[in-house]
Design a binder for this molecule. Structure first.
Ligand code: NDP
Length: 317
């Protein structure tokens, strides 16, 4: 049990950045508590093959990479706990974390709570989540073997999902609201080259059909150039339209940008009214709109943990 029930450090989030921070903090004997939140393992845990994480020449499955990191953190004394952060008070010292049924005090806080999948927010889409509407191809793709499906988005996530889903689906239609695709050249080329992927650009989803049947029957689409509406018969719709940062608990406590990402100085120092807040650090996708890679998330997690160590040392711990 930590002294006076106050932790040296608590890490919010168990994705790539949070677990890297946990490995470093644990190896510094800080016995970090990692709060796993509503998406344990973060985005890597719902990904398939990761080909660009250094050290894995043949790639590694995302969930396996996360599992390895967890084991590594636990081996050095990190404690992992499933918990949802209800609110946080950074004006108190030690900082106060309210988990609903428990209050935790900590001298330092590492925010690594990442970003969650974005939805179109159509009533018909929301009604059919889990009935053919999904934001996780790796979780749900298997259920649509031999079926025709749609993937929404034009970035790398959408390309990755579409390519993955060709393993199951007889045909994948990629629907992008813009004329141009935001995806990287290599990912776009892979998707274009695939015989079972078709592209619809300048097209929006107006409605997901099948609410009454509780099963996706198709999509009512609209061509943004001509204004024409038409029906695409598919059995599933997968979202690949980006993410929303999990930082709402910090509204008013830290500076956030217009989309809710935590603003930082030198990658890991969050600010309040433009001034760094000592003892609080942010790492990974919650503060990174530019790179958003597993390796950059891990790198900033390492930086945050080293800053924690330095801060505690400077404060006599
Ligand atoms: P992006 O922000 O790159 O792309 C989001 C896409 O969704 C855009 O095409 C955007 O359209 C569209 N979109 C956003 N909101 C809506 C909406 N409400 N309705 C319809 N379409 C919408 O996000 P990604 O998740 O694809 O990628 C994020 C980062 O992660 C990138 O840097 C990417 O390179 C990286 N990444 C890398 C991967 C890899 O290397 N294997 C895999 C996945 C991601 P519009 O262009 O019109 O705004």
């Amino acid at each position: 049990m930590p002294e006076n029930n106050t932790r040296d450090t608590v890490i919010l989030g168990s994705g790539c950045s949070g677990l890297t921070a946990a490995i470093y903090a644990a190896r510094s004997n800080l016995k970090p508590l990692v709060l796993e939140g509503h998406e344990p393992g973060g985005q890597l845990s719902i990904t398939t093959l990761v080909e660009n994480f250094p050290g894995w020449p043949d790639g590694i499955q995302g969930p396996e990479l996360i599992e390895n990191m967890k084991k590594q953190a636990v081996r050095f004394g990190a404690e992992l706990r499933m918990a949802h952060l209800a609110s946080v008070d950074l004006t108190k010292h030690p900082f106060e974390l309210n988990l609903g049924n428990e209050i935790i005090h900590t001298r330092t806080l590492i925010i690594a709570s990442g970003a969650s999948a974005r939805w179109l927010n159509l009533p018909s889409e929301q009604a059919l989540i889990g009935h053919g509407v999904s934001s996780c191809a790796t979780c749900d793709g298997f259920f649509f073997s031999g079926k025709e499906i749609a993937v929404i988005g034009g970035g790398d996530s959408a390309m990755e999902e579409a390519l993955f889903l060709t393993r199951f689906a007889s045909k994948v239609t990629l629907i992008n609201r813009s004329e141009h695709f935001r995806a990287s050249k290599i990912m776009l080329e892979r998707a274009v080259a695939h015989p079972n992927i078709e592209f619809l650009s300048s097209t929006t989803v107006e409605e997901v059909l099948g609410v009454e049947e509780k099963d996706v029957k198709g999509l009512r689409l609209k061509n943004r150039v001509t204004g024409d509406e038409f029906i695409l018969h598919v059995s599933a719709m997968f979202l690949g339209i980006g993410h929303i940062p999990n930082a709402s608990a910090f509204k008013g406590m830290l500076d956030l940008d217009e989309d809710g990402y935590i603003l930082t100085q030198n990658n890991v120092f969050p600010t309040l009214n433009g001034e760094p807040l000592p003892g609080v650090y942010a790492c990974g996708d919650i503060q990174d709109r530019r790179y958003r890679q597993a390796i950059t998330a891990a790198g900033s997690g390492c930086m945050a943990a080293l800053e924690v160590e330095k801060y505690l040392e400077e404060h006599g711990r």
